[in-house]
Ligand binder design. Structure first.
Ligand code: NAD
Length: 474
């Protein structure tokens, strides 16, 4: 077992460890400047990584749970020791600011998830014991897990995928997003200071590497977080090998503000529910339904909060909002705001990008008075533009919230928790928050309803998803 770890002091140290001069150029979304070059691996490289991971898996699975927990705790120590360097690199590659619920927060979450997952217990369950019969349920390692991730929370989502997989005795091959590979390579370099060889490998490359992983006969399970369209492709390409899948896909989370809510009191919670990571968050508040009695007051209070939140380069300590991560996402957001304006939406703040600026900055935008069928309401914007829809009747609001084919999260805002819970129970979503939106906890299961995916992450339920259930009967 590795006894000590070497902290990386700066992002430059991390880049020196992971960059490949012949690789893919990664640019800072705030400036367009080069951050580094990520190795561009092929399907043949993936084969080699899977072979090595399979060989390492036997020894890893043979360890006891406490031994693997010890490794995960050491991995958390390593992340904490290099936290500032990781946050700086993440900020430069992904764009998110160091401060606010952004880069430092994300690195902190990586350590927290590793540590909490290390401390979980999944004991065998005695199902029947009546003198004649005895049946126990165990969870055995699956083998090699493939982890495919997105670009919005690249480090944190990688940890969400790998921590339970490793804890349960699997080895892992990670395919990071082609937009944010350096963050994931750097995180793995830090974590690997604490782990045995080949237990955790990153194979960076294009979508074709993800496709090869999803159909690979040496991969037993795929943990996927990304768009619903890619999730469907993975279901298809994993079919021939009957892989286990956990799919955390896109969402378009509704928030319903009941007539008794206090607009001033909820405004900041609504803002961060929608604009965490500049709106580039799977379970962010993406469409807001406000009762007509308090509609104007909520619009005013939310606008006041939005105007106070500085957006700019992530390494500037004062900023809490950053650029869109890539041009394609910028174009989606700009197009949807234009559709909202064309559809008669009233722009409360933002709505016009600054001409001639460098980087993919789109201003914080609130658009009121929208019809529920406007594209900014019906399409996942994944950026800093929140549509606000007025309603008169709570049943109508619930019907609008349930009117899409996705259901990751949702929220209900009210001064009366019992009333909020009653409405929450009628919403078709994997999580419904009350008077907050998007909070996740490593002990609380998280997953989507409808086309937002299937399978649960986090907590003991998350461990079960990374094991093969086996009944010992007799
Ligand atoms: P994406 O689906 O475009 O890409 C995700 C990953 O899949 C990338 O690594 C990509 O290379 C890989 N990939 C692409 N095509 C593939 C294929 N055919 N087979 C295998 N892998 C393939 O998603 P994105 O744009 O990076 O992420 C944004 C989306 O992710 C949004 O819809 C967002 O809501 C969703 N998301 C969901 C969650 C969640 O927990 N539910 C969390 C974060 C993001």
């Amino acid at each position: 077992m590795t006894s000590t770890t070497t902290a990386f002091s700066t992002a430059a140290d991390l880049l020196a460890a992971v960059t490949d001069d012949a690789g893919r150029t990664i640019t800072d979304p705030a400036t367009g400047e080069e951050v580094g070059r990520a190795p561009e691996r092929t399907a043949a490289d993936l084969d080699a990584a899977v072979t090595a991971a399979r060989a390492a898996q036997r020894g890893w699975a043979a360890l006891s749970h406490p031994e693997r927990s010890d490794y995960l705790n050491r991995a958390a120590d390593a992340v904490e020791a290099s936290a500032e360097a990781l946050a700086e690199l993440l900020s430069r590659e992904q764009g998110k600011p160091l401060n606010g619920p952004n880069a430092r927060f994300e690195v902190g979450a990586c350590a927290a998830w590793l540590r909490t997952t290390a401390g979980l217990e999944l004991a065998p369950e005695v199902l029947v014991e009546d003198g004649d019969a005895r049946a126990e349920l165990h969870y055995r390692p699956l083998g090699v897990v493939g982890a495919i991730g997105p670009w919005n929370w690249p480090m944190m989502i990688t940890v969400w995928q790998i921590a339970p997989a490793l804890r349960m005795g699997n080895t892992v091959v990670v395919k990071p997003s082609e937009y944010t590979p350096l963050s994931v390579l750097a995180l793995a370099a830090v974590i690997n200071e604490a782990l045995p060889d080949d237990v955790l490998t990153v194979v960076s490359g294009g979508r074709e590497v993800g496709e090869a992983l999803a159909s690979h006969p040496g991969i037993d399970k795929v943990m996927f977080t990304g768009s619903t369209a890619t999730g469907k492709a993975i279901i298809r390409s994993s079919a021939d090998t009957v892989k286990r899948l956990t799919l955390e896909l896109g969402g378009n989370d509704a928030g319903i503000v009941l007539p008794d809510a206090d607009p001033e009191a909820i405004a900041e919670g609504l803002f961060w529910g929608a604009f965490i990571n500049t709106g580039q968050t799977c379970a962010a508040l993406k469409r807001l339904y406000v009762h007509e009695d308090i509609y104007d007051d909520v619009c005013t209070a939310l606008t006041e909060v939005a105007k106070q939140m500085p957006m700019g380069h992530g390494l500037d300590e004062q900023n809490v909002l950053g650029p869109l991560q890539n041009k394609a996402q910028y174009d989606i957001v700009a197009g949807l705001v234009q559709a909202a304006k064309d559809g008669g939406g009233r722009v409360l703040v933002g709505g016009e990008p600054e001409a001639g600026q460098a980087g993919y900055f789109y201003p914080t935008t609130l658009v009121a008075d929208l019809d529920n069928d406007n594209p900014l309401v019906t399409t996942e914007q994944f950026g800093p533009a929140l549509p606000i829809v007025k309603y008169a009747d709570v049943d109508e609001a619930v019907a609008m919230a349930n009117g899409l084919d996705v259901g990751l999260g949702a929220s209900v805002w009210s001064a009366d928790p019992a009333a909020a819970r009653e409405v929450a129970g009628r919403i078709e979503a994997g999580t419904v928050w009350i008077n907050k939106h998007g909070e996740v906890n490593p002990l609380v299961p998280f997953g989507g309803a409808k086309q937002s995916g299937y399978g649960l992450e986090f907590g003991v339920e998350g461990l079960k998803a990374l094991g093969n259930p086996q009944v010992i009967n007799g």
